[in-house]
Design a protein around this ligand. Structure first.
Ligand SMILES: Nc1nc2c(ncn2[C@@H]2O[C@H](COP(=O)(O)OP(=O)(O)OP(=O)(O)O)[C@@H](O)[C@H]2O)c(=O)[nH]1
Ligand SMILES: [Mg+2]
Length: 424
């Protein structure tokens, strides 16, 4: 089934917890701390692969999680890192954050791989908390949570040439003649219900064609199959507009399709296009030439004449396409997406020690990326663990700052979901 939209969520692995452990040695009741660090949680990646062509895999599976890191062990042993998770998608997949619409990645290349969610760091074991005043720490950090995203996947097929025209003009026949694709071809309208890709080898070049369902007048209002598949033409570098030479109104047919493209997207309508009069085997040469001349007189562009059935004119047309389409493939991000596209790096932290302090009704709110992370990693049940957070506040100068702002001993300090008492 051809599916080109999906909503999914993914979460990178949680970091492993640090260990609390003390060396056991003969005759020494309690040796030095040797609890190791937890391992990192696995990251979540997206990768485009050539054997997936739709987003149908995401109809049933909507939640993805990378493996958590393992806890630290004794003798300073670091826990094993969690395995990364790779989510495989078709070439042309755009990944947008649901809430903001921000584009996290636009995967136009084949075998393109990007990391989108960073695994949580492992917690430090108690051995890591030894200092001059703390000889035998009996606390460790928990692993941090992995990044989480709720996203919208949108597939926009990536092709060089898009075939558009009325139903039954021979779009699928064309693609089956020039490429290895074997789409269904039939006399009736709307034979093609979903887009097909076909790869054509010509003059030592490779051209990717996309065949979309036929358009009719009023497609913009939802007539026929409507516009729902036109997004798959947006990335094509050239539009091949097919008109049946044997139509009663070939010129009007051409204009109607242009209008439909225009009403879907002016950008799409502005793409370079090649007009093609097709099925020339069905009329005599005099009529072919007559229609071609009328066409050129009206639109000031010379149409190509072809018959996919007898292959007449196909080589000339393909030569033209190969000549017009640069070998180097560059795909533009649609303008609407461009505005939202930011350089996205997962796990990006604001390393600054500037802590936002807010006075609330009953507590003081403390906000800073690293401080919140320390909060998530703290074992709040453990008094020594709590104490270490207070040490951090002291070291960063926040205790002093609070004093200046009028905090009184006994006030509550809030870090994320947790509270800590201010003692001055
Ligand atoms: N005589 C002749 N018939 C053709 C030619 N190309 C296609 N046909 C016939 O036209 C009919 C429609 O062809 P399709 O390739 O299915 O047309 P389509 O544009 O893909 O149609 P939809 O998928 O419905 O939009 C079929 O019966 C084809 O055999 C041609 O060059 N000459
Ligand atoms: Mg078709």
């Amino acid at each position: 089934m051809f599916i080109d939209e999906a909503k999914i969520e993914f979460t990178a692995g949680k970091g492993g917890d640090g260990a609390v452990h003390f060396r056991r040695e003969k005759f020494i009741p309690k040796g030095g701390p040797d609890g190791g660090n937890g391992g990192r949680g696995g990251d979540v990646w997206f990768e485009t692969v050539n054997n997936i062509h739709t987003l149908s895999d995401f109809r049933n599976k909507k939640e993805f999680k990378a493996e958590p890191g393992k806890p630290g062990g004794q003798k300073l042993q670091t826990g094993r890192s969690g395995e990364d998770l790779v989510i495989r998608v078709p070439q042309g997949t755009i990944i947008r954050e649901q809430e903001t619409g921000r584009v996290l990645a636009d995967l136009t290349e084949l075998n393109q791989k990007v990391k989108l969610a960073q695994g949580g760091i492992g917690g430090k074991g108690n051995a890591g908390f030894v200092n001059s005043v703390r000889q035998a720490p009996a606390f460790a950090e928990k692993g941090d949570i992995g990044e989480h995203f709720a996203v919208e996947l949108e597939l926009k097929l990536v092709a060089d040439v898009a075939l558009v025209g009325y139903p039954s003009v021979g779009k699928s026949t064309f693609i089956s003649v020039v490429s290895n694709a074997k789409p269904k071809v039939a006399e009736y309208h709307f034979t093609t219900l979903v887009p097909n890709l076909g790869v054509c080898q010509f003059d030592e070049r490779e051209l990717v064609f996309v065949d979309v369902p036929g358009l009719i007048e009023g497609a913009s209002e939802g007539k026929g199959l409507g516009h729902q598949f036109l997004r798959h033409i947006e990335r094509a570098r050239m539009v091949l507009q097919l008109v049946d030479v044997n139509s009663d109104t070939p010129l009007k047919d051409f204009e109607i399709i242009r209008k439909e493209l225009e009403s879907f997207s002016p950008e799409l309508a502005a793409k370079p296009f090649v007009p093609v009069l097709c099925k020339i085997d069905t009329v005599d040469e005099a009529l072919q030439n007559f229609v071609a001349q009328e066409f050129e007189a009206k639109f000031e562009v010379k149409p190509f004449l072809i018959s996919a059935a007898t292959h007449t004119g196909m080589d000339t047309l393909l030569k033209h396409l190969v000549h017009e389409i640069p070998e180097e493939r560059t795909y533009e991000i649609a303008e609407e997406d461009q505005n939202k596209a930011v350089e996205f790096r997962p796990g990006e932290h604001d390393d600054s020690r500037h802590v936002k302090i807010e006075k609330k009704e009953n507590w003081w709110g403390l906000t800073n990326t690293r401080l919140l992370q320390i909060g998530r990693q703290t074992d709040w049940e453990n008094a020594e663990g709590q104490e270490r957070v207070y040490d951090v506040l002291r070291k960063w100068g926040i205790v002093k700052e609070l004093e200046k702002m009028g905090a009184e001993p006994g006030d509550q300090l809030r870090i994320g979901e947790e509270f800590l008492e201010y003692r001055g």
